[in-house]
Design a protein around this ligand. Structure first.
Ligand SMILES: [Zn+2]
Length: 360
């Protein structure tokens, strides 16, 4: 797809969405992110339902008004949070066809259903709603993957039904409705991936996500498998490569047809003093080639008197105005400005890649 249209938003694809778990891209405000041409973010459904809470978000007119951000807001299904909770907990909860049963606090049994996931995302006021899916761990046996796929399809159907009910009840039109995406599971099994995609396409969604880990032993995305999965999605639907990717993966993923990327890496790396660089001018470089990309650890002593910018190819506020020596100093003195300047730079690095691969 070349463009995403939802409500009054029209954006060129592909698009990169940084992580704004709690309605903020850590250390930046909404003006900062607009200034680096970030056009959308991903927020976390359960965190927001907890704080500031759905009642407050409803009162202030939704997440976008609350954040003063008029770009694209995608909410996750909330499933990942609960699966993590279950895996960490001594009282592990369970996954049923009705939803995820878990224990909050002292044995307070709760169930998070596919319907509730959709309802919560409606209340948040996001532009793209994602159906709850049954996440398949990378070491799952075939029987578990199959069960996960069947449940993902069942939950997607329940999510779609709830979505259709809410669209009607709340009087949305085709023009102002949020979009609904589902997630393709199936682990490493190509036939199960194909089966999952076919069943989801039968139900019908605006877009489809690439679920589950498909990374190799070196923690890199398996690009052949990503390509295979992209081809399972109809041309007239959005393709969301969930949780991807590294700077050198974006161009290859786009070539496979993926439209939307979201990744916590650039902001997290920035907070850990890892700043991305282009080794060559990105305008003329082959952005599928990993050799074009690098990073520096700005905390290293070698940078303490380096008066050059972090990346001479970068046009961000940080690189235009400050030196490596100053960034190094800010990190060493643990000033929060370091986090802001480093985050601005790493996100701008991603946006330069995105802008360059829009013509692929
Ligand atoms: Zn920069």
């Amino acid at each position: 797809m070349e463009q995403i249209r939802v409500k009054d938003i029209k954006l060129k694809l592909p698009i990169f969405l940084p992580d704004a778990t709690r309605a903020v891209v850590k250390s930046l405000d909404s003006i900062d992110i607009k200034n680096i041409d970030i056009e959308g973010v991903v927020v976390n459904t359960l965190h927001l339902a907890d704080r500031p809470g759905l009642e407050l978000l409803g009162k202030v007119g939704g997440i976008k008004k609350f954040m003063n951000f008029d770009g694209l807001v995608v909410s996750d299904s909330g499933g990942w949070q609960i699966f993590s909770l279950i895996h960490r907990s001594k009282n592990p909860g369970k996954i049923t066809d009705d939803g995820v049963v878990f224990y909050a606090g002292t044995n307070r049994k709760k169930i998070f259903s596919p319907e509730e996931s959709v309802r919560t995302q409606f209340s948040i006021g996001s532009d793209v709603i994602i159906c709850l899916d049954d996440f398949t761990p990378p070491d799952a046996l075939e029987v578990q993957i199959r069960e996960g796929v069947e449940r993902t399809v069942l939950w997607a159907r329940k999510g779609k039904n709830e979505y259709s009910r809410l669209i009607q009840e709340q009087g949305y039109t085709q023009e102002n409705r949020p979009l609904l995406f589902s997630v393709i599971q199936g682990g490493w099994d190509k036939e199960l991936r194909r089966y999952c995609a076919e069943k989801l396409v039968e139900i019908g969604f605006d877009g489809y996500g690439y679920g589950g880990y498909a990374i190799d032993d070196n923690n890199n995305l398996d690009l052949e498998f990503s390509d295979f999965t992209a081809k399972l999605i109809p041309d007239n639907a959005y393709k969301f490569a969930l949780g991807t990717g590294k700077p050198w993966e974006l161009a290859s993923l786009r070539k496979s047809g993926w439209d939307i990327f979201d990744c916590t890496l650039p902001t997290r790396d920035a907070r850990h003093q890892r700043m991305y660089i282009f080794k060559y001018d990105p305008a003329g470089a082959n952005l599928c080639d990993r050799d074009n990309f690098g990073f520096i650890d700005i905390g290293r002593t070698v940078y303490k008197d380096d008066m050059s910018p972090v990346d001479p190819y970068c046009d961000c506020l940080t690189c235009k105005n400050y030196t490596k020596a100053y960034l190094h100093h800010l990190f060493k003195t643990t000033d929060t400005t370091a986090l802001r300047l480093a985050t601005i730079h790493n996100l701008r690095h991603y946006m330069v890649i995105i802008e360059n691969i829009r013509c692929i």
